[in-house]
Design a protein around this ligand. Sequence first.
Ligand code: IVH
Length: 714
Amino acid sequence: MPDQNSIPHRIQTLTERLHYLNYQYYQNDVSEIPDQEFDQLLAELQALEKAHPELTLPNSPTQRVGGTVTKQFPTALHKYPMLSLGNTYSEADLRDFDERVRKGLEGAEVAYVCEMKFDGVAMSLTYEHGQLTQGVTRGDGTRGDVVTSNVRTIKNLPLRLREAGPPQPPEFEVRGEIFLPLPVFEDLNREREQNGEALLANPRNAASGTLKLQDSAVVAARRLRFFAYSFLSPERNVFPSHSAALEALKAWGLPVSDTWRRCTSLAEVLDFIHHWEKKRFELPVATDGIVVKVDDFQQQEVLGFTAKSPRWAIAYKYPAEAGRTRLNEIQYQVGRTGAVTPVAMLTPVALAGTVVKRASVHNANQIAALDLRLGDMVFVEKGGEIIPKITGVDLTARPEGSQPIQYPTACPACGTALVRPEGEAHFRCPNDTACPPQLKARLEHYVSRKALNIDGLGAETVARFFELGLVRTPADIYDLNAEKLTGLERLGEKSIQNLLSGIEASKQVSFDRVLFGLGIRYVGETVAEKLAAHYRSIDAMLAATAPELAAVPEVGGVIAESLAAWGAHASNRELVARLRAAGVQLALTGEAPQAVSDRLAGLTFVLSGVFEQHSREELQQLITQNGGKITGSISKKLSYLVAGDKMGPAKREKATELKVPIISETDLLAMIPAPGEPTDAADALEAAAPTAPEPETFAAPARPAGQGEQASLF
Ligand code: IVH
């Protein structure tokens, strides 16, 4: 009888319960308990696992929050190559496909399964004894990147399968598509726009970029989702047909979109296509067509493959949605760095599931190339890209007497003459110290999450304060006080207090983020980090010449010129002086952390095999930071052999023979302080730098994609 009060029992109970609640939530849209209670159970399990890492069950639900950092993803061979699909764009092509299939099957009855073609990233998942063991990207079709720790953060993807439905083979592969739900994609882009970052072109790029992020905690916060569409197993005849496999996958708890349908004739296939042509835009996932698959697995085998794709399946691609509407006006938007972007204002037109009122026109050249004129009827297309674009003009409907659009020569906001630096596509307003939209966008950037992240002062509020004349530059934020803010609409006493304490707290934000927050052209997050680490203070950085700046790793000539020009501006010098007077961090505090603890002092380690939670380099670093030593060979004096996956048998034998203890990566990590856990050395560091924020990497995100989010995808 297991002890009902024991810690292993509690870990087991919590693990089971959380797996079940996740299944109910993500597969059945049922929230059995409030978010808060779920979070409490998860936190309890996290705490128990931290205290007893050896008791952590494989694929614990805590892995969903991420936390592992991979420098470089290992690659793996695909057991079955990941092929592509033949594409068709017309019903005639589909008829040809149907004829080829029937001919190949010598006139036998044939049924098809029609599915949506999800526009994301293909993923191969391996399940062994019901446990998710590996996630590999398509790569070149033969070999892909092993991104298991990132895949494990995908909330609707079961880490462990349910024991329901037909029996499961001991090992099999599930293929499907990982995607970023459209509302999440839109949120992400809105945030990027506010931060002055480049927009992501489409959800597919966003999903594939996210999957390759090194920090799985960031992946966890991105809310990726998965849909399964294939089952592959070394055992033949597990299922008679693809439709039976889809049903089994669903019963086992895998997310299978309910949009698929079995069709027994080409007419039914065409019906399916027509049915989803417009309706697909109601789905929260981008789709670009449908996939038609022969249902019967034996028939699939008879039909076989060409070099590139199966003969038993084909993709039908919907034509890019195009619309025709009137161009009423071109507006010119001025961004944070002064770049002027033309935006076409259109008579609203329904397109690809949304009402389109604006379209991007990239720059002046494009206006000329299309010969756009106000009042023109224009063709607008929404292809894979989410922002519609103007693809042409209906010249037959051109209003009489229309004139080519004259690109403005002066800034639409401040009247300063625009410049176009050689080799650049955009006109730019050079008045960076007084042009209102530039000032406003810079304030929004300064308060944004990745910069000063001022609580209670979001982009909207700071923009409002700007309009009211309360703030013009980031330094003005520190002059705000209760007196200035009292009496403003929609700003109660509590909000004011919250805002002022947020401003106060921002004085503790580290120098690299302040530097990023200043919004100097080309100085993004990474460059700001490099500059801060190199110069350690804004004074040292501003004292450097452009050639000196250009010599800093990752800072090229263009960035150096931009920095030098920024520093040469009197108003920027004044800004720095005022921020300094306000107490904002303009230098890094403390020494760069080296030693973390001496818990491994006197111990030697050999690392062998492939590791799951950290790269080998990171483990080496962790060992030395905690006083241990790495050696290359196994000897009697060796303290530990740390065994990863795929360690050679010779090493294991030798260690066993010499009685050297063999430990796992988890055992090793349990020997050293966890990130954030106080140690003597860390205490000393903290005393030197009481304000250093937690490293972002280890901050377990709240449950943004958890039960608070809309559960249902369909
Ligand atoms: S079946 C032999 N089903 O389309 C390929 N693929 O061009 C079998 N895709 O890389 C793939 N939705 O990522 C299949 N319902 C679906 C799909 C689908 C999207 C993607 C898949 C693959 C590409 C094939």
